[in-house]
Design a protein around this ligand. Structure first.
Ligand SMILES: Cc1cc2nc3c(=O)[nH]c(=O)nc-3n(C[C@H](O)[C@H](O)[C@H](O)COP(=O)(O)O)c2cc1C
Length: 314
């Protein structure tokens, strides 16, 4: 088991974490899936797979394709809905004894608000990660328009969604942003103004891959989200950009596979970091990173992990 190390503790909104290492939404199920593989208690926090108000069947298969230094996915937020989550998944999660952050997704603002209100009353939820990298289906009329805009691609929509969530809960709100925008800092600023306590950067980069034998897309949904080491330099830049222009805690992610990757994200301004794709390849990588962060702090004679945050020397 990883040793508790006070020097690694961080705070995100009202959530105190004993270390800054989290697992990213959609890559760690609801915790139980990894219970036999790692010591869940050692993690800083768990972010659950995104849930929606009602059940969703998700996208057409295949939903995963391997690419150079990364993977594409188009799961389509398959889940059983919030009530099933509270009844079937939350009891296990709350017993672990670490902060549980529930990721929510919706296609309209009213549903975001209802989800937040429901989770606010649920025992064992420490915070809500609002996955606004979802298409907004309510504010646009034509199908093309609907497909074009995610909440997190429009600062006005992003603001409205978070404002609605804020009005429904006192839990810590973390907003998960898409990197598929021209200027991620203006979206981060909008969600901060709406009351978000922190941002998670980044969700996947949109991409596609083709099977040249069949000339068919590798994914049933044609396009999907790219994750893994291929996106790390771009994700790191998103963190650095937001760190330098918006005063809000950042949970950095995107291609973190090694302790050194995690340290890079913290040096660029992340308060905490999350592992996504790495969980599929090395299920216990998060635990190794927690240990190594402790060694790094000690061997570099830093007071604590906070002394590393944003310490990029230029
Ligand atoms: C298979 C898969 C499923 C994912 N599902 C979700 C999800 O449900 N909600 C969400 O906010 N992000 C989801 N993500 C995005 C990750 O949480 C993370 O932001 C992204 O993969 C970048 O980190 P990584 O390169 O370490 O994987 C998913 C990623 C993968 C690979």
């Amino acid at each position: 088991m990883a040793k508790m190390n006070k020097n690694l503790s961080v705070k995100i909104g009202k959530i105190r974490m004993k270390n800054p290492v989290m697992v990213a939404s959609g890559t760690f199920g609801y915790g139980k899936e990894y219970a036999d593989l790692i010591d869940l208690k050692a993690l800083g926090a768990i972010v659950t797979k995104t849930i929606t108000l009602g059940p969703r069947i998700g996208n057409l298969t295949p939903r995963i394709a391997e690419t150079a230094s990364g993977m594409l996915n188009s799961i389509g937020l398959e889940n059983d809905g919030v009530e099933a989550f509270i009844e079937e998944k939350l009891p296990f999660l709350r017993k672990i004894g670490i902060p549980v952050i529930v990721s929510i997704g919706a296609e309209d603002i009213v549903s975001f608000k209802k989800l937040a209100k429901r989770l606010d009353r649920a025992k064992g939820v420490s915070g809500i990660e609002v996955n606004i990298s979802c298409p907004n289906l309510a504010d646009y009329k034509t199908k093309k328009e609907k497909q074009a805009k995610l909440f997190s691609q429009d600062k006005r929509l992003a603001y409205k969604a978070i404002k609605a969530v804020r009005s429904a809960t006192r839990l810590t709100i973390i907003t998960k942003l898409t990197p598929n925008v021209t200027d991620i800092t203006e979206i981060a600023r909008a969600v901060k103004d709406a009351g978000s306590d922190a941002v998670s950067l980044v969700n996947t980069y949109m991409g596609m891959a083709v099977d040249t034998d069949t000339r068919r897309p590798m994914l049933g949904n044609v396009i999907g989200g790219l994750s893994g080491p291929a996106i790390k330099p771009m994700a790191l830049k998103a963190v650095w950009d937001v760190y330098n222009s918006v005063d809000i805690p950042i949970i950095g992610m995107g291609g973190i596979m090694t302790p050194d990757d995690a340290i890079e994200f913290i040096i660029c301004g992340s308060t905490a970091i999350a592992l996504g794709t790495a969980n599929f390849v090395y299920p216990d990588k998060s635990i190794e990173i927690i240990k190594d962060l402790g060694y790094y702090i000690k061997s570099n004679k830093l007071k604590d992990i906070r002394a590393l945050r944003g310490s990029l020397s230029i």
